[in-house]
Design a protein around this ligand. Structure first.
Ligand code: CP
Length: 312
C-alpha cells in the first residue's frame, strides 16, 4: 500500500491488520516513554488547506511518537494566500524532502490528484477531502467500536453490530467513509437525517435509512453516531431552523433517557453542543467521544507505520 486515499482501497484483511496494529500502538501510548524508533530519519508533512484540531494534531503526535520529523503547513499564513497553486505547494515540499504528505482540503479528490501526479513521490494520506472521504476517521471509529463491543484482543470483524449514523450525512466525508468501512467489516449501518441532508444516490450507502430519529432509535442500534451540522457547506434550504433540527434530529437528554444503558454514543467532533447532541449525552458514561480521540493517535501511528516503515 503506497497511499491511503479511501477506505475503498483497503481489503478486509488490511483494515483488520491496521486495527490490530493500532491496538499495539495503544500499548506504547500508555508507557512513560511514548516513543518508537520506527520512522527515525523520515519527514512527514501535514498539508492542511482546511481547519482541523483532532486530525492535524493526532497525525503530528503519531508521527513524533514514531520518531519522524514533522512539518505542519496551514494554508492560512502560507504563500497560498499570495496565490501559490496546489501543484507548486506540493513541488516545494517535495524539494525539501518529505516521505509523507497528510492532506486536508475542502475540494473532493485533492489527495488523489496529488497521489496520481508527478509532483511528489511521497506517500499521500487523505485527512479529509471535501464531502468525499476521511479514511483514518473511519478506521479509528471502527477501532473504537470493535474495542468497546468485541474486546481489544479479539481479531474479529464487526459482524452483527448495528450502527446508526445521524445528521448531516449529505456533507459528511465521515459518514461516507464510516458507512463504507463498517459495512465492509460486517456491521449493519443505518442512516437518519432530514430528506435535505440524505444523499439522493442510486446506490445506497447504508442498509437502512430513516427520516424520523425516534423511529430509528427504536430499531435497536448498538452504536448511535451523531454528526456535526456543517453550516459552512449549507444554504438556508438545507435546514428549516436550528431549534427545529435539534428537536427533530438532536440526541437530546430526553431521547437519551429512552435508550438502553448499553447503547454507545459517538461523535467525530467538533461538536455543536446543544444542536446535534446534548452536553449531558456527550459527557455521559455511554459516550465514546474521548476514546475516539485517543484511538485517533494510535490508529494514525499504525497507518504511518504501514506506509513508511515497511518501504525498506
Ligand atoms: N473529526 C475531525 O476530522 O476533526 P477535526 O476537523 O478537528 O480534524
Amino acid at each position: 500500500m503506497k497511499h491511503l486515499l479511501s477506505v475503498e482501497d483497503l481489503s478486509i484483511q488490511q483494515s483488520l491488520d491496521l486495527l490490530d496494529l493500532a491496538n499495539e500502538m495503544r500499548k506504547t501510548n500508555v508507557k512513560e516513554i511514548k516513543r518508537l524508533p520506527a520512522l527515525s530519519g523520515k519527514t512527514v508533512a501535514n498539508l492542511f488547506f482546511e481547519d482541523s484540531t483532532r486530525t492535524r494534531l493526532s497525525f503530528e503526535i503519531a508521527a513524533k511518537r514514531l520518531s519522524a520529523d514533522v512539518v505542519s503547513f496551514a494554508a492560512k499564513g502560507s504563500s497560498v494566500s499570495k496565490g501559490e497553486s496546489l501543484k507548486d505547494t506540493v513541488i516545494t515540499l517535495e524539494a525539501m524532502g518529505v516521505e509523507a504528505l497528510i492532506v486536508r482540503h475542502s475540494a473532493s479528490g485533492v489527495a488523489k490528484t496529488i497521489a496520481d501526479s508527478a509532483w511528489s513521490n511521497a506517500a499521500v494520506i487523505n485527512a479529509g477531502d471535501g464531502t468525499h472521504e476521511h479514511p483514518t476517521q473511519a478506521l479509528l471509529d471502527a477501532l473504537t467500536i470493535r474495542n468497546a463491543l468485541k474486546g481489544s484482543t479479539d481479531k474479529s470483524d464487526l459482524d452483527g453490530i448495528r450502527v446508526l449514523i445521524v445528521g448531516d450525512i449529505l456533507h459528511s466525508r465521515v459518514a461516507r467513509s464510516n458507512a463504507l468501512l463498517l459495512r465492509k467489516l460486517g456491521a449493519t449501518v443505518g442512516l437518519c437525517a432530514p430528506a435535505t441532508l440524505l444523499p439522493q444516490t442510486s446506490s445506497p450507502l447504508a442498509d437502512e435509512s430513516y427520516l424520523n430519529l425516534d423511529e430509528a432509535l427504536s430499531a435497536k442500534f448498538d452504536v448511535v453516531m451523531m454528526l456535526r451540522i456543517q453550516q459552512e457547506r449549507m444554504n438556508s434550504a438545507f435546514l428549516t431552523g436550528q431549534l427545529e433540527y435539534s428537536e427533530l434530529f438532536g440526541l437530546t437528554a430526553s431521547r437519551f433517557e429512552l435508550l438502553p444503558a448499553k447503547t454507545l454514543v459517538m461523535h467525530p467532533g467538533p461538536m455543536n453542543r446543544g444542536l446535534e447532541i446534548a452536553s449531558r449525552v456527550a459527557d455521559s458514561a455511554q459516550s465514546l467521544i474521548k476514546e475516539q480521540v485517543t484511538n485517533g493517535v494510535a490508529l494514525r501511528m499504525a497507518v504511518l507505520y504501514r506506509l513508511l516503515a515497511q518501504e525498506g
